[in-house]
Design a protein around this ligand. Structure first.
Ligand SMILES: [Zn+2]
Length: 195
């Protein structure tokens, strides 16, 4: 699965790419973005604290678009200065939906995994029990055995390094697209605009 670092950086970068020129993201908004981006992985908590196998609870209903939508809407109810509800929802709902989308590209949903286990993301829960995944995983297979300390294995660190490269690519792509859109619209990204 993508690590919390990838989910968090992708969420904040996307918000930074969407913000108006001359404005800035606030720390409370960034905290909500990080929370929305990682909330589905709360289903790892039983493995971390009870020592139960990760697969027992992971990639359950929290990895559906329905949960992402609900989480984004609920978090957007948190009042923030300078950001109206609709602005918060426009950022937090897509970020909530992004988690199950990115998790589609890990080995949990690969054909190999699905041949033997009930792998994949239940994107359409509660309407359908079917799970989805990709034939070509992009993210490494980060393994989280019982006990937090054993999460820092050599394999996991190697996959996180690969994922860091992907993270840099995503951030670069977001800012390249932002620069292109602003240029096409004739907007000066350094100009101060009224909020
Ligand atoms: Zn996940």
């Amino acid at each position: 699965m993508p690590s919390p670092i990838f989910h968090s950086v992708a969420a904040v970068a996307a918000a930074a790419g969407c913000k108006k020129p001359g404005t800035s993201l606030s720390w409370p908004l960034c905290a909500l973005l990080v929370l929305a981006a990682n909330l589905p992985d709360l289903d790892l908590a039983p493995a971390a604290f009870l020592g139960t196998p990760t697969m027992l609870y992971h990639h359950g209903f929290t990895h559906s678009f329905g949960f992402g939508l609900l989480a984004g809407l609920l978090l957007s109810l948190v009042p923030l200065r300078r950001f109206k509800w609709r602005h918060r929802a426009c950022l937090l709902v897509p970020v909530g939906l992004s988690h199950p989308f990115f998790d589609l590209f890990n080995s949990n949903g690969s054909l190999e995994c699905r041949q033997f286990y009930d792998c994949g993301q239940p994107l359409a829960w509660p309407l359908l029990s079917r799970k989805w995944g990709t034939l070509y995983p992009v993210f490494g297979d980060i393994v989280l055995p019982p006990g937090i300390l054993s999460w820092f294995s050599a394999d996991n660190l190697r996959f996180i390094t690969w994922e860091s490269c992907l993270t840099v690519l995503v951030v670069a792509a977001v800012f390249a697209m932002r620069a292109l859109v602003l240029k096409l619209r004739g907007v000066d990204p350094r100009a101060k605009y009224p909020r």
